[in-house]
Design a protein. Sequence first.
Length: 248
Amino acid sequence: MRAYKMIFAVAALAVMAGCSVPGPGDAPDGVYDPYEARNRKVHAFNATVDKALLRPAGKGYVSAVPEPVQAGVSNMAATLSIPGSAVNHLLQGRPGDATYNLVRFALNATLGLGGILDPATDFGLPEDSTGFGDTLASWGAKEGGYVVLPVLGPSNERDAVGTVVDLAFNPLGSVLEKPASHIGTVAKVADQIGDRGRYADVIDPILYESADSYAQLRLIYLQNRRHELGEEAPGEEIDPLALDTEGF
């Protein structure tokens, strides 16, 4: 019960705070970055952590771990996040989507051997994830200023609040006992490290070969995030897979 009270208290503060900040399209060039000086310091820290730890770990993961095992870890991370998506769909007033997610979870948790396999997708029920940042957006909270979170990277004030709530509130945590309740977190971290290795050819040029990787990542993030929510995106649309970073 305390977790639910915390969610609604945080949500109320986020909605009220969001009323005083520009929304997409209101700020110059569609980019509202009042914390740029601090953000750039965090971005530089993240790049250092990435170069020293995340990039080598990601490359090591994809080269050492067999692909079927990687797929199993990805499936498990996605499956164990489904209850959270179902709760957020309910909070967004979408009971049908919540039921859809619960059916996906039931199929993958049983026929999928605890989520290692993804039979739900084979049955025509592909992943439909959402988080508390989406919930806040559906309640009318504006995105606020652009922020860079330590290690986690690009975000905005609204989604940063959503990230905190998603991390703090795990529906499975009230059902599973420790250490089983942490399996989803471990699987998600491992999957994200795997993503760093799998997409190294896309990430490395942006992060290490751009003259201003901060500005480029900011634009890519804002475009992708607003596209997900059907909001107005800043600048000309960028395809990260077709980026030519030479000369930036």
